[in-house]
Design a protein around this ligand. Sequence first.
Ligand SMILES: Nc1nc2c(ncn2[C@@H]2O[C@H](COP(=O)(O)OP(=O)(O)OP(=O)(O)O)[C@@H](O)[C@H]2O)c(=O)[nH]1
Ligand SMILES: [Mg+2]
Length: 319
Amino acid sequence: MGAGSEGALSTRVLGGDPRAVARAISLIEDGAPEGARLVRELFGHTGGAWLVGVTGPPGAGKSSLVDRLIARFRSTGRRVGVIAVDPTSPFSGGAVLGDRVRMQTHAGDDGVFIRSMATRGQFGGLASATHEAALVLDAAGYDPVIIETVGVGQDEVEIARTADAAVVVVAPGFGDDVQAIKAGVLEIADVFVVNKADHDGADRAVTQLETMLGLAEPPRGEWRPPVVLTQATSGEGVEELAVALERFRDRPDDLRLERRRQREANALRRLVGELCWRQVEERIGLSEIGAISAQLARRELDPYGAAESLLARTRPAQP
Ligand SMILES: Nc1nc2c(ncn2[C@@H]2O[C@H](COP(=O)(O)OP(=O)(O)OP(=O)(O)O)[C@@H](O)[C@H]2O)c(=O)[nH]1
Ligand SMILES: [Mg+2]
């Protein structure tokens, strides 16, 4: 495929064509050079969309809640983009199908674009692919862009943390998960949701979280994450959640910009890492890298020494 057709593709993405958006995200997911070119062409047209990350333990009701949020945002006339990140299955596994089914409400609505993404077998991985897919949706005029991730792996938590707003969803009876949430996910929530209000212990979970949050120092300025009780199956509490999110969105500009600066810093770090590694692969070649790895396995080299000498060999010789 030549450069001309990529030019046409970016034009079609900017025009909001869903098929072009789907194609663009596939190129990115494959780690194709066309994907990188496309991101360069689109980047200057992005930044308008509001990125909402939704994360939490498996089965908490994230997709059901996202489905409700889509309806809420559609009612204000916005086009809504959704990326459902599936860390486990590289192809159309159970979770992907589940997300599709639970967001089926909007299947016939061309103002809604839903895409599942799986781990990209590349250095930059899931976080890069998701970041760039969100850029494509942003460029295509979807706003907000909602990103659902299962809050288990570091990448998934990172994706939600660096969105413009991070929603952490839990369900009552998450018992042992409280520790996990305390350890990693609690700190990232801008808005907390206790979903499955119809289940026993929902009120207790709210109190428990409010206590935890009350003990913690407010991490970002004055904002103390509210805890919203919802029932995704009935829609109860969804309006409160949307309002809480909008209150968070309407904070002072400098706080919003700081979050975006962090996101770009992370993306830049990943990209530099990826480009460096590609250079190493190109200059040194896979067979020698394989031989060096074997030497490492035999403890004939140490990893820091090996990495430094590889990097040194990608630099031009000093005059
Ligand atoms: N009783 C009850 N069930 C709910 C509620 N919200 C979601 N569920 C159900 O919980 C199950 C999981 O819902 P999902 O929306 O798929 O949850 P998820 O967090 O996206 O799940 P994963 O993406 O697999 O981690 C489904 O069977 C939903 O119908 C709720 O408020 N009350
Ligand atoms: Mg889901």
